[in-house]
Ligand binder design. Structure first.
Ligand code: ADP
Ligand code: MG
Length: 802
């Protein structure tokens, strides 16, 4: 009840402080569980009481029933006694046989009564069964136990009852048998007495008769008659005596039998008494068991009661603890509430202000959007103007760059000459002929010295690659030229030199170590990729061969067909080769395919490739066309990679026929190339491009602001020194063509022919140039260094003394 009070207090407390809040759920739960437990306890107590009452009523019923039965048994016993008496009376009246008949009747009556008793017992059992069936609340655990115990009790009682009934039956039987025995004894005594009386009477009558006979004998006639009568009567008496004797005999037999029966009955009685004693002991035992079961049931009920009380107490104490915790919680909540109230006030305030802000937000947003739009469009405008400005600057820069480049080219000369010395190979053989005749200047990579006929001749070029220089190193020096064709410049790279000096190696290289051709294309691809954001580029390649002054397409379907170089009909003055195949290439795989294709053509057309290739000029023409997407600017740059025919002097050895013709063609074309380069470098008004197919074809790529690189290949072997000397002379002459006014003066000067080159001997000073002048390495390096310094400081090339 404390709980209820506490719950009430909590609820009222809540109502006082939190009128709108719901009742505290924990208190409600505890109160509900307490009420439930209380109700359960009451219910159990009621059930217990009901059960006890039922048990008592049942016991009372059983007692009254047993009393009733006992009464019935008593009356039956009285009846039996009465019947026995009646039997005795009848026996005494009717004699043995009738008495026995009556006894049978009585026995039947007895049997009927027994049946009645059995029926009564059946009724009793039925009654009990009904009581058991009416037991309420079957599912209850206690009731089930109780029912079990009741069942046990009733079982024991039934057994006791049965035992009692058996006892009564046995009593009855004993009684009957005793009665019958008494009867039989009585009848026996009666019969004996009767027989004694009869004997007495008969002996008396015999004596009377004998006396009568004796008296009659004394009265002859009468007496005789009387005797006769007596004799007759005596016979009758004798017969009667005999009958009586036989009857006596029968009765004696009967007595014997009855005695036997009596003995048996006595035996039976003894047995019955024993059984009775046993049954009584059993009854006592059953009763004790019953008592024990009853006690056990009471104990269990007690224990259950205790357990229930304990559970109630535990629940109560738990509820109290929970209540305490709830109280504490409540106190905490109250304090929290007190502290939260100001926060709530600020939150409400914030909420209201936020609500106001949200209400104003669309307007604010529109305004912000408007201003943002204005800002963005302004920024876009600014960016546009900046872009325009940048574009303008970029174009200006481009022009400036081109101008600077042109200036640089003008200063440096747009024709550059490199020398490359191949290593001594197996083909050079052994011995003094294969000895190395070329040395280098460790301080100046533009100088090399050739030991020719015991004299050292020094040459200065733009750059000299020693035998150990790798393909990569060579290409590094070349790549600036290659990339300039992306910017729209035309570039020519020539490999010049005698057969076997390494021209093809430098230009084509090997599969594992490719030369300028393949590297140039790879570089172009990567450069183009880098510019792909602003530029669209297409790269196409053509491959051609000039043999005996006829041009052939190496990628065409008809390689034997001779192609012509023609002027563009648009009047631009540009040249083009109708029918020259152009392949668009996009990857290294494409290049390889093109090269393989070109090689196959050359191989199938020629019986001896090496021989043939050394007698023809091989051209790889790469065209790079670009479109600047932002400016619409279009550029076209051409990169001509030329593996020239061998420069060796064949004609001198008196070659004839086709060999001589080949030699003449080669000589002519190489001289023409020299002439053109000379004319270009000396800025002559007329450049004799048309003197050979090669120069005519490359006219575009040699004139204007085009760039040319002459890679002069030489062999270091002692046996090749004269050819090496020729090649180096050619290189130095190309390189040392004077620029500026002096060169203009020399407009009509002609490039020395191959023959002239042959004729030059070191130190002869017959022709201009200093290639044939012999210098000590020290002298030369200091001289070349001074030339360079002058070039750098003056900003333009000065005339070099010839
Ligand atoms: P060319 O084309 O001038 O007739 P090649 O390029 O065919 O001469 O070269 C002739 C031989 O010399 C080839 O076997 C080549 O591999 C070799 N050779 C040329 N230059 C070099 C070099 N720089 N390094 C190694 N071997 C070279
Ligand atoms: Mg070659």
């Amino acid at each position: 009840m404390n709980l209820e009070k506490a719950g009430g207090r909590i609820c009222s407390g809540k109502r006082a402080s939190l009128p709108a809040a719901r009742p505290f759920p924990v208190i409600q739960k505890v109160m509900a569980s307490m009420a439930h437990l209380q109700k359960e306890k009451l219910q159990l107590q009621e059930e217990l009481l009901g059960l006890q009452e039922k048990l008592a009523a049942q016991e009372n019923d059983e007692l009254s029933l047993s009393l009733q039965l006992q009464g019935q048994v008593e009356t039956l016993k009285a009846k039996v006694l009465e019947q026995a008496q009646e039997i005795g009376r009848l026996r005494s009246e009717l004699g043995g046989t009738d008495a026995e008949k009556h006894r049978d009747l009585l026995a039947a009556e007895n049997e009927r009564l027994r049946q009645e008793m059995k029926a009564c017992e059946g009724e009793l059992r039925e009654l009990r069964r009904q009581q058991q069936q009416q037991a309420p609340c079957r599912d209850c655990h206690h009731l089930q136990e109780n029912a079990g115990l009741q069942e046990q009790l009733s079982q024991l009682q039934r057994e006791a009852e049965e035992t009692r009934a058996k006892l009564v039956e046995l009593d009855l039987e004993v009684q009957q048998k005793t009665n019958r025995l008494a009867e039989v004894e009585l009848r026996l005594k009666d019969s004996l007495a009767e027989r004694a009386e009869e004997e007495e009477r008969l002996s008396r009558r015999l004596r009377d008769s004998q006396e009568t006979i004796a008296s009659l004998k004394s009265q002859p006639q009468q007496i005789k008659y009387i005797i006769k009568t007596v004799e007759v009567e005596s016979a009758k008496a004798k017969q009667a005596l005999c009958e009586t004797q036989s009857r006596n005999q029968y009765l004696q037999e009967q007595v014997g039998m009855q005695r036997q029966v009596l003995k048996e009955m006595e035996q039976q009685l003894q047995n019955s008494q024993k059984t009775e004693a046993q049954l009584r002991a059993q009854i006592v035992m059953y009763e004790a068991e019953l008592e024990r079961a009853h006690g056990q049931m009471l104990e269990e009920m007690q224990a259950m009661e205790e357990e229930k009380n304990r559970a109630i107490e535990e629940a109560f104490s738990r509820a109290q603890v929970e209540m305490k915790a709830v109280h504490e919680n409540l106190a905490g909540v109250r304090t929290n509430l007190l502290t939260l109230q100001p926060a709530l006030r600020t939150l409400t305030h914030d909420y209201n202000s936020l609500k106001r802000q949200v209400r104003d937000f669309p307007l604010l947003l529109q305004e912000t959007l408007r201003s943002a739009r204005a800002e963005i469009s302004q920024a876009i405008e600014e960016v546009h103007s900046t872009n325009r400005e940048l574009l303008r600057k970029y174009r200006r820069e481009l022009q400036l760059r081109k101008k600077c480049h042109n200036e640089l080219v003008r200063l440096k000369g747009n024709i550059r000459v490199f020398g490359r010395v191949r290593p001594i190979t197996k083909e050079d053989g052994e011995g003094p002929e294969a000895a190395n005749a070329v040395t280098f200047d460790t301080d100046d990579d533009a100088v090399l010295h050739l030991l020719h006929k015991g004299k050292q001749v020094s040459f200065e070029l733009d750059k000299v690659f020693p035998p150990q220089a790798s393909q990569e190193e060579v290409f590094q020096e070349v790549q600036a030229l290659v990339t300039s064709c992306i910017d729209g410049y035309n570039v020519c790279i020539f490999a010049y030199g005698q057969t076997g000096a390494g021209k093809t190696y430098t230009m084509e290289g090997t599969a594992a170590n490719p030369g300028i051709n393949q590297r140039a294309l790879q570089l172009l691809f990567s450069e183009v990729r880098g510019k792909a954001a602003d530029w669209d580029y297409t790269i196409t390649v053509s491959a051609a061969e000039i043999y005996n002054e006829s041009l052939r397409d190496l990628l065409g379907k008809e390689p034997q067909e001779k192609l012509e170089i023609k002027l563009c009909p648009d009047g631009s003055g540009q040249l083009y080769v109708p029918g020259l195949t152009e392949f668009r290439v996009q990857s290294v795989e494409d290049i390889n395919k093109v090269f393989d294709f070109g090689h196959v053509k050359r191989v199938t057309e020629c019986t001896n490739l090496n021989e043939h290739s050394s007698r023809s000029h091989a051209l790889l023409i790469i065209t790079v066309r670009g479109l600047d997407r932002s400016t619409g600017l279009r550029t076209t740059g051409k990169l001509n990679l030329v593996d020239l025919a061998g420069s060796e002097r064949v004609g001198r050895s008196g070659a004839e026929g086709s060999r001589l013709r080949e030699a003449q063609h080669i000589n002519k074309s190489l001289s023409a190339l020299g002439d053109v380069i000379y004319a270009l470098r000396s800025r002559q008004g007329h450049v004799p491009f048309r003197n050979s197919k090669l120069t005519y074809l490359l006219q575009d790529s040699l004139s204007g602001d085009s760039k040319t690189l002459m890679m002069v290949q030489v062999s270091p072997a002692e046996k090749n020194t004269s050819e090496t000397l020729c090649s180096l002379k050619f290189a130095e002459r190309v390189r040392s063509v004077e620029l500026g006014p002096v060169s203009r003066k020399a407009e009509l000067a002609s490039w020395p022919s191959q023959e002239q080159l042959e004729g030059d001997s070191p130190g002869s000073a017959a022709t201009p140039g200093r290639g044939h002048t012999s210098h000590s390495p020290g002298q030369l390096s200091s001289r070349s260094a001074s030339i360079r310094r002058k070039l750098h400081t003056s900003g333009k090339l000065r005339s070099v003394p010839l």
